[in-house]
Design a protein around this ligand. Structure first.
Ligand code: CIZ
Length: 301
């Protein structure tokens, strides 16, 4: 780790009264300097509750937008403005409206991995952890679920409701390498396989549990297993090794997000020095998106 860069970041952070949040998919050196590491919703909630006026969000755009939606009075900075999310970008407002016209009795449940203006058109947001709970609490037996088709399929199999699922996917989870997972299972026959619901259904069939990142952390804490194969973005392997140094972890499926790795220590330092690039949304979009995020938090607490 570049200790000069790190000490400059820490000094700028104090000077600017900033807090650094890092998603569990961020590279190790960024997880190490962050004040908090977690999933997108957990980090957005921390952003809303912190007394710091400046939030440096090390993740991808939709995550920093969600933090801004929940804490509009704070300055939310995304150190690399091009850190996008192909899953979030695979849905746009006009196309969602067309689908809503096709199914007028359905209510839209939208995975938080989506743009703010699309959240603004939805009934409620959800995460991979609470998607089923949100769907079951939605006052309609017909659901438009977007944008991740694998998560939508996973939830639809557990619900009696009628689903219309958007055909979108996370570019890295959707192409999880099944052969790599099988090889790791042969190499570590005693290990538990944990996979993310954004991976394809064939991987769920092999897994001990299908969980979002927060669920994986809880699962390991409660499991008696000593070794785990982790079927989600590789940054999560470092996160789990940090939290559970007495257990062993290996990535399964070769899942790597280039956008998550666009944030670097140098970019964090530059963004703290200049207090940009700042995430901004127009008030109407932000308030309507807030309603969809707030509905999720009312349902799931
Ligand atoms: O929303 C998040 O944080 C993501 C991308 C994954 C997860 O399962 O937590």
């Amino acid at each position: 780790m570049n200790s000069k860069l790190v000490s400059e970041i820490l000094s700028q952070k104090n000077e600017k009264d900033a807090v650094i949040l890092a998603h569990s998919y961020q590279p190790p050196e960024i997880q190490d300097i962050a004040d908090h590491v977690g999933d997108s919703l957990q980090l957005s909630r921390i952003a809303a509750s912190t007394v710091s006026g400046v939030i440096v969000f090390c993740g991808v755009r939709f995550m920093a937008e969600t933090a801004h939606i929940l804490s509009p009075d704070k300055t939310v900075i995304l150190p690399e403005p091009d850190a996008g999310c192909p899953l979030a970008d695979c849905i746009e407002v006009p196309a969602l409206r067309s689908m809503q016209k096709l199914y007028p009795d359905a209510l839209t449940v939208l995975y938080v991995n989506s743009p703010a203006d699309v959240k603004a058109e939805s009934y409620a947001c959800c995460t991979s952890a609470n998607a089923l709970e949100v769907v079951e609490s939605t006052p309609s037996d017909e659901i438009i679920f977007a944008p991740d088709r694998n998560l939508g399929t996973f939830v639809s199999r557990k619900s009696d409701k009628t689903f219309h699922i958007w055909n979108g996917a996370c570019r890295c989870h959707a192409i999880a390498d099944l052969q790599d997972i099988k090889t790791k299972m042969e190499e570590w026959p005693d290990a538990e396989l944990l996979v993310h619901p954004e991976t394809p259904p064939e991987t769920w069939e092999l897994a001990h549990a299908v969980l979002g990142t927060g669920g994986m952390i809880r699962h390991v804490g409660e499991s008696s297993a000593k070794r785990f194969i982790i079927g989600t973005e590789e940054g999560m392997v470092y996160r789990l090794r940090t939290l559970y140094p007495d257990r062993e972890f290996v990535g399964g499926g070769d899942i790597y997000c280039v956008n998550m790795k666009k944030i670097t220590l140098q970019k964090i330092l530059d963004s703290l020095r200049n207090l940009e690039p700042v995430i901004e949304l127009d008030t109407e979009t932000r308030e309507k998106a807030y309603a969809a995020v707030a509905r999720m938090t009312e349902i799931t607490g």
